[in-house]
Design a protein around this ligand. Sequence first.
Ligand code: SAM
Ligand code: SF4
Length: 439
Amino acid sequence: MNKNDSQRIAKILEMLGFKKASKENEADLVVVNMCSVRQSAVDRAFSKTQNAKRKTQNHNSKVKIIVTGCILQKDKERFKKFADAVVDVQNIHNLPQILSKLDFKIPQIKIKDYLKIEPKYEISPVAYVPIMTGCNNFCSYCVVPYTRGRERSRDPNEIICEVKKWLDHGAKEIWLLGQNVNSYKFKMQNTKCKISVQNSKLSESTEINFAQLLKMVNNIKRDFWIRFTSSHPKDLTDELIETMAKCEKVTPYINLPVQSGDDEILKKMNRPYTVAHYKKLIKKLRSAFKKYREELESELAISTDIIVGFPGEKRKHFENTKKLVKEIGFFMAYIAQYSPRPQTAAYHLKDDVTWQEKERREKELTKIVRESGLKFNKKFVGKTVLVLVLEKKKGFYFGKTRHYQTVKFRAEKENSIGKFVKVKVKKALDFGLEGKLIK
Ligand code: SAM
Ligand code: SF4
């Protein structure tokens, strides 16, 4: 999400005549795009801003500093001491007016809304397209509803148009982005409904949901993959599960954040589902992929997000998380140590798990996920997989499979970056695959 916001900021600056400086200390303008999900990220953004300010003072330069992204109210004051402007990311479309006030001589462009900003299109195999912003869920630990505001979905016409432009720029993997993509909802008023869901025209008052949007993107007649993030278990409907499995461009990979494997902790986190419900969803997902996809495609790769050391998380609660992680067999997990965030409901609870214990729990879970990752990857040994090649390092290519595994294989002379190639898998690792290019 942040990377995508940076692309949009870059595009506005380019429209205003700015060019990327080759070194930070040669820039007239520094934009710090920050994230407040964890305190460590805020601290990094703060030292970056402070350093930029120090450089301007030392060199007596006129450089201006703008801080944007997800910013908590209390941090705004702190950042204002070092920045010339602090702007919420959902107001970044006002950048031209803000820069004028900072004495930049720029053309006056009016951009209506955050969701209307076009990205800076670049030749890239992977592209990120926001479909919604904000969040209504108020998980008790999370800043997003406070920093990004309530959910707003983007017009599907604009989404399809942006996807097509990325495909024209060589993109082969399209990520549909949002804090909670599966709560996507857009009411088509009397808009020019240029698109269709599986060839049937939409009526003027249709409300498009995420499953329908997926079908629309899937209907684009080009060779590419569809991925999305993040999805919330509460919005994973049967319609969406079936659509995912039936849309052939949607890759057999899903990130479904569970956050904890204990019902008591889930309740305290304000996650409105139980472990039993989560397990039922995984079962439905797996059987839909078994039903509609063949061979390797029927093997769904599932990753998750987990927070360890949430207030009041005792050993017994954590053991339940370990149990769930073993049972599901996630092939990957984003494990975070709980970080108390101001403004959130959990901030008022005692952060009573020591950092050493959080560290220990993170390591224990990582070990389990590595084992299940390896088990999952072993199913691919001897098989031929399609790989989107992303980079070349020290004589090897690295790319991603449709299941989102990283694959390493020896580079040939011809440049394969940005292309789909076939690779025969020779070895499974806990964090990826190794193989040989098939001519
Ligand atoms: N919307 C997604 C969902 O429903 O889970 C997640 C988006 S959130 C910005 C990304 C991840 O950051 C979360 O899944 C969570 O694991 C982590 N996270 C959010 N707040 C956190 C906190 N206070 N401490 C540690 N990790 C946190
Ligand atoms: Fe944060 Fe995701 Fe919960 Fe929204 S659904 S509050 S983004 S963790």
